[in-house]
Design a protein around this ligand. Sequence first.
Ligand code: AMP
Length: 411
Amino acid sequence: MPSSEKKGVKMIKVIAVNAGSSSIKYKLYEMPEEKVIASGMVERIGHEDAIFKFKGGKEDKKDILPILDHAKGVELILKALESSGVVASLKEIAVVGHRVVQGGKYFAKSAYFTEENEEKIRELIPLDPLHAPAHLLGFHAFKEALPEAKAIAVFDTAFHRTMEEEDSIFPIPEEWTEKYDCRRYGAHGTSHQYLAEKAIHDYFHDKKDTRIITCHIGSGASLAAIRDGKCVATSMGLTPLGGVMMGTRSGDIDPSVLDYISTCTGKDVHEIYEILNRESGLLGVSGGLSNDTRDIEEAMKNGNPKALRAANLFARRIADYIGQYFVRLGGVDMIIFSAGIGENSETFRELILKRCQEALHLEIDWEKNISYNRKEGLISKPSSQIQVAIIPTDEEVMIARDCYKAWEGTL
Ligand code: AMP
């Protein structure tokens, strides 16, 4: 039975799935309560020593075992849901929501995984060769195992589809834009939308005309300028390589770097593109020290100049985007920090805010910047015209909400 009743409200179970090339993250929810009843992760898919993590019911386990493909991973997840007693029958899972990074020009909101939509997602593989094939593997593995459940795709790019043309096309030949759809699609949209909706509801009491800058700063990082809950501009570009500097990604650079470095090193454009994706950002600027801000912070404390240089450049890039979005929105009511670095690093928040505070007249409570670390709350003083908040993001609950809408028929 896919639904049960609690105080007159129909309750269903839905699973939010994030399938990567060698991993599957999952959370099972009871909706509409948004209660997480199981969660976990399968890592190192394709290996004899893959990792299976499961938490639900009375179980909390981690096994190392061979998991050679996504189908096996899904089989183990579903088996664990039954054996732990989290579900009495797999038929209780009414909807499976799959995170899909690239929705390209096709998807401005979540969509059912119909054959037609699957074909469109497949067509978009060249825009996201890293994740799209894995999303499809995850979809097929769940479809095989749960044929009666509805399946939906929730796109990282969908929230950004409200951008106007001047915020979303590149100054390149028209043919590249029109024929090849080479445009800014952005990413992390589900997170930016969650943060904006939460802020508008919890901090602005659903007031109209809010202007918010969301800073999703984790190993991947992007900013969004959001007016009245709708995305106006975002920093990532055609792919998640664009925008601010990240853990291993360069973010925006002068495109002539490609030609120059190719001439200097003999590397072709694909090799350079890989280096800009995997060996640049904090990792590259710190001379290979680390892509992780925890290591960079540690090295800074020990006076490592390369770490300091990497951290300063990282903060500068984000502060510059905040300035740009202040102009784009014609002012700002709230700046939100979120994701791994935004939620956990008082040092990086301070480096960024110190670079904006004079121009934006920010009044930061530096003690709160420390005490609200890993929590939620305002770190600006009540007198600050622009509020600054830390809000932990929750992309999975957004997927679960859309699953519920799909079940209600209101997607
Ligand atoms: P995410 O991609 O959102 O999971 O963020 C992961 C990144 O957050 C890591 O690579 C670190 O750079 C950063 N991070 C996580 N925890 C901390 C922490 N306690 N202090 C500083 N940085 C952190």
